[in-house]
Write a protein that binds this ligand. Structure first.
Ligand code: AMP
Length: 210
């Protein structure tokens, strides 16, 4: 099964992508994580992406499309995958179609902007391995330290309040039209994000079976 998870930054796409990944036994591909790894590694891709990412803007379509094209050609994607954070523009959705990719379902996680702002202010990420935590919803065992690798937890530069507002504006302007693109094809399933992660997961898994 090939699934797209849509939703504003901080809507919980990453967490739900992991849940679906375990449920269907297919990889979850986060373009945000791919790009952050490239930035950490200082690769040419990372150098191209860093400034846009730090300032809450989208990385150019051709750059991200190249990342996804390479990733879904890998062996572990033979039986399907979950795209988390891609496509984020109609041009990216069209590029996916032009690659001959047949998407089965598009799940859109609906979360109000005010909830997003509250959630992102508590998010922390590991500077070593990139694992994601939340002060209220998913605290690390030891404050400020990653459970998996023991490195320090930091606030993502793009989770700072001013940048969060910019990312939400970008989402409404550039990514929301992607919903209409898939809705017209009868592939869009909307799920209201719940307070508890597991309640949202139950609705997401139901949407996959519908
Ligand atoms: P995320 O972790 O999904 O919120 O992504 C973090 C940042 O990576 C975004 O704010 C963008 O700058 C960049 N990014 C991730 N996915 C895409 C995409 N599909 N198109 C453009 N930029 C992206």
């Amino acid at each position: 099964m090939k699934i797209i998870l849509l939703g504003a930054p901080g809507a919980g796409k990453g967490t739900q992508a992991e849940v679906i990944s375990r449920h269907l036994n297919v990889p979850a591909i986060s373009t945000g994580n791919c790009l952050r790894e490239a930035v950490r590694a200082g690769s040419p891709l990372g150098l191209k992406a860093k400034d846009d990412m730090d300032n809450g803007r989208l990385v150019p379509d051709d750059v991200v499309i190249g990342v996804v094209k390479d990733r879904i050609a890998m062996d572990d994607c033979k039986n399907g995958y979950i795209l988390d954070g891609f496509p984020r523009t109609v041009a990216q959705a069209e590029a996916l179609e032009a690659m001959g990719v047949e998407i089965d379902r598009v799940v859109d996680l609906e979360v109000p902007d005010e909830t997003i702002k509250r959630r992102l202010s508590g998010r922390r990420v590991c500077e070593g391995c990139g694992a994601s935590y939340h002060l209220d919803y998913k605290p690390s065992k030891q404050e400020g330290i990653c459970d998996s690798c023991g490195k320090a937890l930091i606030i993502r530069k793009d989770d700072e309040p001013a940048t969060v507002q910019d990312r939400l504006d970008v989402y409404h302007r550039q990514t929301e039209p992607v919903k209409a693109f898939y809705s017209a094809k009868g592939k869009l399933f909307q799920v209201e994000g719940q307070e508890k992660v597991e309640d949202t997961s139950a609705l997401v898994l139901k949407a996959l079976e519908a």
